[in-house]
Design a protein around this ligand. Sequence first.
Ligand code: DX5
Ligand code: ZN
Length: 214
Amino acid sequence: MLKIAPSILSADFANLERDIRRVDTADYLHVDVMDGLFVPNITIGIPVVEAIRPVTALPLDVHLMIDRPVRYVEQFCRAGADIVTVHVEADSEENTKKALSLIRAQGKRAGVVLKPGTPAEAALPFLEQCAMVLVMTVEPGFGGQAFMEDMMPKLRTLRGWIDQRGLDCELEVDGGIGPETCKTAAANGATVLVAGSAVYHAQDIPARIRELRG
Ligand code: DX5
Ligand code: ZN
């Protein structure tokens, strides 16, 4: 079954604990970290990950949209992240490999993220080290954008490589996921769906999570 990872980017930050508890029927809690350099927005960081850790039993899926994440991955792991994903565009291949190794050395799951303009091939050097590959279906930076259906060939390519190699690697999609686009993403090989506005703007959040799972 598909896993659903609600993004707290669409939560009410003045009531973050309440809004985290509202999604407790989901599979992961997706935490969008932005530094104002790698993306044109600034959100939350290490102290917030630390603060929300005791509030939920869900694994924290921390999506680092930051420049040269190798500098900070260990701190995010220590703060309580369970899965840490880094953008392949954010540093050199060597430093991205180092970041993945540092995450794994902390006993956490590591993954890489591809922006819409980045081809599937950019994930290849890292696949064996990854417990997750995340395909962006919007330009990273903001919630509430439209799903880019033209990312589906890239998703299928990655699905094929993961299966051919028999890797234990989740394939996650992030951006514009809703009751219709969830089906498209699943049909093209996604196993984890991030959803911010579709979850938090729903009248009945548990029902919306069930709907997205399909
Ligand atoms: C965008 C973030 C997403 C965002 C998704 O940079 O990575 O996780 O919260 O929001 P929706 O689901 O509203 O597109
Ligand atoms: Zn995200």
